[in-house]
Design a protein around this ligand. Structure first.
Ligand SMILES: Nc1ncnc2c1ncn2[C@@H]1O[C@H](COP(=O)(O)OP(=O)(O)OP(=O)(O)O)[C@@H](O)[C@H]1O
Ligand SMILES: [Mg+2]
Length: 731
């Protein structure tokens, strides 16, 4: 007990009789409120002293040695000795009483005297001034009664009462814990005290650390399950005391904790489990200098506090849990609101991450999401992270995430550093982030895992089942947001595609009208210039023949031969015209024969070598495919004749799976395709653009490969099962 009571016993403001305050009695806990025994007073020390200014002692009982450790002679030999024992706080009050004694004649007062062992003892001093006619000879007779234990009991009752009152006044878990730690440390006069809460994995998480332990353990300690004196008390469900927690073989300490405790000014410890209705919910620990023994009374006192603490903590926990549920409901509602109000995925995901961190009270939170179309996952949101990984495609350091993405199931770890399944880079990153405990859950839509939500702590504070279910609900919101974002993107893409088709169709129809006009003009010119002229010549010949008997100048045979030649030319021209409008041969003999006939005729006229290679000469293709390919050949061959100055021309027709491929190749001068198309887009030519549009209309592709001096290759691929709505030429 040495030195134990000095801190609280100092100060003069000690009421002589504190009102008895009933303590909140724990129901169901076997803790009788009445102390084991009544506080006792020690034996009385009778003394006599002169009442002159020096106040020297004339007599002191032998019992003084038992009570204060001093000898009677210490007092009688040295007039200043008694004064030197007075507690400095009490001395002025005591002197005032002595000075007033002549008027009052008797008095009783309580104050502290220093024991030979250095501690202070409370004494009750009863003084009486003996009546003597000669004042100088009157004497003070007194008795000191040791009331230290009574004072202690009073003090205990007072602290207990005020603690109980203040515990009832607050629902703040950490404040409750701090008050308890503070009161226990004070009442047991120990170096330190701490209150822990039992975590989901059996670990003890400090709620309050008081006294010297604050310096050593810092703000928050997590003691692994079963470790330390507190772990032992929880495991054995009973009070544990040890004179030296570093040397006690029953006490296991993780190296890091041991290292910290080695710097502590305490070694002796007392630990108790905190129980409510037989269920352990935490632990209370008191620590003091090496060698301190906690006696039965002190242990009893600690148990009373532990019972108080357990109830108050449980009450605070229930309150906190209901608060948490309220907040949870609030956040879920907010999230649903933001999903409805915002189509922006990142807004929603940021809120999910923030809610995850708040509701699980984690140090950090992160969300990864599968990239659309790719198998990769990217970190979309981080909260409380030291590094910036947002947008990182490979997500290192999230070994837990990788596990969740692979299995589609929640995963937890109590210690990243000791998780054997983590890969090396993951481990490094987890270290850099200081991650210790972690929990991750999948973001699922129907069958696929589209991402994951992770929370982690920089301490061993583990995550509970409840955290997991909270996180799963949040992941549900994230999944809805992901689904919405995807639908929105699809809709946007569909709209853009529709707009593109519409504008392309518009341009095409404008171009078709232009082509039609051009063709009509060419037709009109040909009818007027060629056929009109020929018919005019024919008419003149016929008229001449009609007037023949009158004019004999021209022999009739020459006129007839000329007319027949004109009719022959006319026939050829009409045939050419009708062919260019719609080659009947295409319908009669099929694409390959039509192409052969066309290419041969053109090559013969232009005077260069032409070759047609076709792998299936008799095959019949859908009419719209046939006419489109014929037009491609027609335009490419015409271009080769008009622009290429080619010597050789090759046309290939081949079936490639579900497509028909047409290639027209010349060995002419070639051209800059990009420039030619740009000119065509400005309306300077129509040929190549026209065939490109036709091919595209059948969902085919046209490719032109050419460069100045290198010849030209025009390659078209047209699907044989055309898209619905695609129409062939009707002309
Ligand atoms: N086989 C080729 N060899 C060399 N140059 C070519 C060849 N094909 C096309 N070109 C170049 O590309 C340009 C565009 O061709 P396009 O068929 O679009 O127009 P055009 O033949 O000039 O006129 P039209 O509208 O009557 O077809 C041509 O003017 C020509 O310069
Ligand atoms: Mg052309």
């Amino acid at each position: 007990m040495a030195a134990a009571w000095s801190p609280m016993m100092s100060g003069a403001a000690v009421p002589s009789s504190p009102p008895p305050v009933p303590l909140h009695e724990p129901r169901g806990e076997a803790l009788p409120w009445a102390p084991r025994r009544r506080p006792r007073t020690g034996p009385a020390v009778v003394y006599g002293r002169r009442r002159d200014r020096a106040g020297g002692f004339t007599h002191v009982d032998e019992t003084v040695t038992a009570v204060l450790g001093w000898k009677p002679r210490d007092f009688t030999d040295n007039p200043a000795f008694w004064e030197s024992l007075l507690h400095p706080h009490d001395a002025p009050r005591v002197r005032a009483v002595l000075a007033a004694l002549p008027e009052r004649r008797r008095d009783v007062q309580e104050y502290r005297l220093r024991h030979a062992d250095g501690t202070y003892r409370w004494v009750r001093d009863e003084l009486l001034l003996t009546a003597d006619s000669e004042a100088a000879r009157s004497e003070i007779v007194g008795a000191w009664l040791d009331i230290t234990e009574i004072k202690r009991a009073e003090q205990t009752a007072r602290v207990l009462a005020s603690t109980a009152r203040s515990l009832l006044g607050t629902l703040d878990l950490e404040r409750v814990a701090r008050r308890i730690a503070q009161a226990v440390q004070l009442l047991l006069g120990a170096e330190a005290a701490a209150v822990y809460r039992l975590g989901p994995s059996g670990e003890l998480v400090s709620l309050a650390v008081w006294g010297a332990a604050q310096r050593v353990l810092g703000g928050r300690v997590v003691v692994p399950a079963g470790a330390g004196v507190v772990g032992l008390a929880v495991r054995e469900a009973r009070v544990v005391t040890t004179p030296n927690l570093l040397a006690d073989p029953r006490v296991t300490l993780p190296p890091e904790l041991r290292e910290r405790l080695e710097r502590a000014p305490y070694r002796a410890a007392l630990a108790l489990p905190l129980t409510v209705g037989g269920r352990v919910i935490g632990a209370l620990a008191v620590a003091d200098r090496a060698g301190r023994q906690f006696d039965a009374d002190e242990i009893y006192l600690a148990r009373v506090f532990a019972a108080q603490a357990a109830l108050a903590l449980d009450r605070a926990r229930i309150h906190e849990e209901s608060e948490q549920r309220r907040r949870e409901a609030e956040l879920h509602a907010e999230l649903v609101g933001s999903i409805v109000a915002s189509l922006d995925l990142d807004t929603v995901l940021a809120r999910v991450a923030a809610a995850a961190r708040e509701l699980t009270r984690s140090d950090m939170a992160a969300i990864v999401v599968r990239e659309p179309g790719a198998g990769r996952f990217t970190l979309r949101h981080g909260q409380g992270l030291r590094g910036d990984y947002v947008g990182a495609a490979r997500v290192p350091g999230w070994g837990l995430l990788a596990r969740v993405l692979a299995t589609g199931r929640p995963a937890r770890t109590v210690d990243y550093g000791r998780d054997a399944e983590l890969e090396r880079p993951d481990l490094d990153l987890a270290r850099a982030e200081g991650m210790v405990a972690g929990l991750a859950v999948p973001i699922r839509r129907t069958a696929s895992v589209d991402g994951a939500v992770l929370v982690a702590n920089r301490s061993a504070r583990a995550f509970s089942e409840r955290d997991e279910s909270v996180l799963l609900r949040l992941a549900g919101h994230a999944a809805v947001a992901l689904g919405n974002a995807e639908l929105f993107a699809q809709e946007r893409a569909a709209r853009a595609a529709a707009e593109e088709v519409a504008s392309r169709l518009e341009a095409l129809s404008r171009r078709l009208v232009a082509i039609q006009e051009l063709e009509r003009r060419a037709l009109a010119r040909e009818l007027h210039d060629e056929i009109g002229q020929a018919l005019t010549a024919l008419k003149i010949n016929l008229q001449t023949l009609e007037r023949r008997p009158l004019q004999r100048a021209v022999p009739p045979t020459a006129r007839l031969a000329d007319s027949i030649a004109i009719v022959g030319r006319l026939l050829q021209q009409v045939r050419d015209m009708s062919l260019s409008l719609r080659p009947a041969i295409l319908d009669d003999l099929g694409l390959v024969a039509a192409v052969r006939w066309y290419v041969d005729t053109q090559a013969r006229r232009a005077g260069f070598a032409a070759r047609v290679v076709a792998d299936a000469p008799d095959e019949r293709y859908p009419p719209e495919v046939a006419i489109t390919c014929f037009r491609v050949v027609q335009e490419a061959v015409t271009n080769a004749i008009r622009h290429a100055r080619a010597r050789e021309l090759t046309v290939e027709l081949a079936r490639r799976g579900d497509e028909l491929e047409v290639v027209v190749r010349d060995d002419g001068v070639g051209f800059d395709v990009g420039q030619a198309l740009a000119r065509a887009a400005r309306g300077e030519s129509l040929g190549l653009l026209g065939i490109e549009e036709r091919v595209r209309l059948l969902r085919g592709r046209l490719e032109i490969v050419s460069a100045p001096g290198r010849g030209t290759e025009v390659r078209a691929r047209v699907p044989l099962t055309p898209a619905p709505g695609a129409r062939g030429e009707r002309a």
